[in-house]
Unconditional design. Structure first.
Length: 276
């Protein structure tokens, strides 16, 4: 499948062209018009050949932050009895792959309403620290790591999401190994260091970050320093991503789908990457 996105800056009303839906495939051309000058994509076009799912399936056995409620499913209707199938589900707002919200750290701050649809379509870069994390589970991305990435791949694009590949997705099936501990003050996993985050947010004007671990910062950062800084500035924070090993260092486009829970501190996200 070949998909081409065109990003335009004009403020004229967006025209919508209906597409024939032959089983929803194939899509040969799609046009997206950005309406704001500060959008991450300010011109040009990007072609995609692959679509990658970056979200984990949700079930009762997934890793959960210590103290958070677990995932529960309750069958309400069954085919044999009711002629249809229906379940009720319950889980914490930060279960599985999710997008955090500013209200998580400040009273009166907005929930997911802080993010417009335009905020949820972003170019992405991938910074790979899996080698460092393998020998140092508490590894924190450094400013020099960001500069080294730029020396190999060019400047961090303005408005992009910086995704941190740590290799932690391989531990997902073992919640204790994934979290590195059983209590909130004993967790061990890699993440963004505060200095690196400042370079990305203040020096490069990145639009947010994502990681394949349970938290934006290393597990031993009990003050949630990077998450707080990002959310105070209403930037994107995605956690518990997967398949980052299938993305290139630069060139992918992320589309974030939300379950918009009113007044939430965050919520489940379905994150899709379009890969050149």
């Amino acid at each position: 499948m070949f998909v081409r996105f065109f990003f335009l800056n004009d403020r004229a009303p967006t025209e919508i062209y209906p597409l024939p839906l032959h089983d929803a495939l194939p899509i040969s051309c799609l046009m997206v018009t950005q309406q704001h000058d500060d959008d991450p994509a300010n011109g040009g076009s990007i072609s995609f050949s692959r679509v990658v799912d970056l979200s984990w399936p949700v079930h009762p056995g997934i890793p959960q932050w210590p103290g958070d409620p677990g995932v529960e499913f309750l069958t309400i209707a069954e085919i044999k009895r009711d002629d249809y199938f229906l379940r009720r589900f319950a889980m914490g707002e930060h279960s599985g792959t999710h997008l955090s919200a500013p209200s998580g750290f400040r009273d009166g701050a907005p929930g997911h309403e802080a993010f417009s649809p335009n905020d949820l379509v972003r170019p992405a870069i991938v910074i790979d620290i899996s080698a460092q994390a393998e020998s140092h589970p508490d590894y924190a991305l450094t400013m020099n790591d960001v500069l080294d990435w730029e020396s190999d791949h060019g400047p961090v694009p303005q408005g992009c999401l910086a995704l941190l590949r740590t290799g932690w997705q391989a531990r997902w099936s073992n919640p204790l190994e994934y979290l590195g501990g059983a209590s909130g003050d004993q967790l061990h996993f890699p993440g963004f260091g505060l200095d690196a985050a400042k370079v990305l947010f203040e020096g490069r004007n990145a639009g947010g970050l994502g990681t394949d671990t349970a938290g934006a910062e290393p597990g031993n950062d009990t003050g949630f320093s990077v998450s707080r800084m990002a959310l105070e500035n209403r930037l994107i924070v995605l956690e518990n991503l997967t398949n980052l090993d299938l993305l290139p260092p630069t060139g992918a486009l992320l589309i974030i789908g939300l379950l918009r829970l009113e007044g939430s501190s965050g919520g489940p996200a379905s994150v899709t990457a379009l890969v050149p």
